[in-house]
Design a protein around this ligand. Sequence first.
Ligand code: GTP
Ligand code: MG
Length: 305
Amino acid sequence: MSWFQKLKNGLGKTSAKVTGQLSSLLGRSKIDAASLEEVEDALIAADLGTQSAMRLAASMRKYKFDGPVTSESLAAALSDGITEILEPVAVPIVLRDDARPHVILLVGVNGSGKTTTAGKLAQQWRSEGKSVMLAAGDTFRAAAIEQLQIWGERTGTEVIAGSQGGDAAALAYTAIEKAAAAGTDVLIIDTAGRLQNRAELMDELAKIVRVIRKLDDTAPHDSIIVLDGTVGQNAISQVKAFREVADVTGLIVTKLDGSAKGGIVIALAEEFGIPVHAVGVGEGADDLQAFTARDFANALTGTSD
Ligand SMILES: Nc1nc2c(ncn2[C@@H]2O[C@H](COP(=O)(O)OP(=O)(O)OP(=O)(O)O)[C@@H](O)[C@H]2O)c(=O)[nH]1
Ligand SMILES: [Mg+2]
């Protein structure tokens, strides 16, 4: 199955929700002012957020429908509007030539997909011939180190690990030193999941960032929040909280291979304007895809290509 097909199947529940709610528009000759609110409500119900729902509804009103609205033309109009919102944030991770290692810090709440994403990113750069190291910065949860080590074996990547209960900031420091000494291209630091309202855990994350900067004040070069694409609106407050302590520079949204709340990606784009680097579409090493606006918009609206 192509990754687009995976994404399209995965977002099927979301697109059914969006298009289902809008089915009352079918057969009309245009989206008139009276229908605007209907469109907005339908989009809000599909987790798009108020701002982007209003913007999309307005862009659909301007859309030139060629005859009565059909499910195809409705999907096309939606896809165009969504693409426009997503295009500015569809930005890949760009590795810096002047940084050895380019340090990537992965942060987020429990179970969002950080460790899996660390493995997938390692796989991606290894297959491009880059040298990669993984750092087991989750010293908190039992078996977290082993989980990352399995990803290391699976992707042929060296894992820098300490012991459970150890200081995560110190581990990050050691890992950067080792990666620098080896001339490694990319160092991906996994961290423990933490809820955004747990102050002491958020302080620990701030400390990891401070300690990393002692070694390289341009690092982490990417501070990426990994978001579970099935949680919906809570992702917004997660980004707000993690942005405060970890200077989040980009997002990766996982579990879009089975989310009824995929519309959250649009809400995130509209709210923060922060790059969406990639999306997770499965649990395997190759199930991380670069984020492209048109493909995502087509998948979300059930448009074929
Ligand atoms: N279907 C699907 N499952 C995913 C995806 N990404 C991660 N998972 C699964 O989600 C679960 C949690 O993933 P982890 O990578 O362990 O999440 P984490 O953020 O490291 O979790 P903690 O370290 O406990 O905070 C695992 O069962 C993964 O296989 C994805 O894109 N699609
Ligand atoms: Mg983890």
